[in-house]
Design a protein around this ligand. Structure first.
Ligand SMILES: [Zn+2]
Ligand SMILES: [Zn+2]
Length: 126
């Protein structure tokens, strides 16, 4: 079994999030760190960070998985739903700091919602 090289790999990944306010695609992270760690390690670290509430993930265009840092208010309240936005021109994804309340669905129990808004980001719009 591969030993989980916690300190270095974890630090590299945390660093990537420290420098970015935007969501990062998992595929991009794997590519970016292929010199430092293998794909499995990246996945494992992201999974751990997600479990601890540091990150959350969502599905973007073309089914790609994205990860973003949880803002404090979201980390403490996991029932809050916030939508994500993806720019169709540059592909950048981000968390939107607006709350969406999901209407009750008769005879169904909603556990989570994944809302992706697609359009043009601030950089591409002007
Ligand atoms: Zn854009
Ligand atoms: Zn988000």
């Amino acid at each position: 079994m591969e030993i989980f090289r916690k300190t270095k790999s974890l630090q590299i990944i945390l660093e990537a999030f420290a420098h970015s306010n935007h969501a990062l695609s998992v595929a991009e992270l794997v590519k970016q760190f292929k010199e430092d760690m293998n794909k499995t390690t990246v996945y494992r670290i992201l999974e751990r960070l997600e479990k601890t509430g540091f990150l959350h993930s969502f599905t973007g265009k073309d089914g790609l998985r994205w990860v973003a840092r949880c803002k404090d208010e979201y980390a403490s309240n996991h029932t809050t739903n916030h939508p994500h936005f993806q720019c169709q021109e540059c592909g950048k994804s981000e968390c939107l700091t607006i709350d969406i309340s999901i209407p009750p669905v008769p005879n169904h129990k909603v556990i989570s919602a994944n809302l992706l808004l697609i359009g043009q980001c601030e950089d591409c719009l002007y």
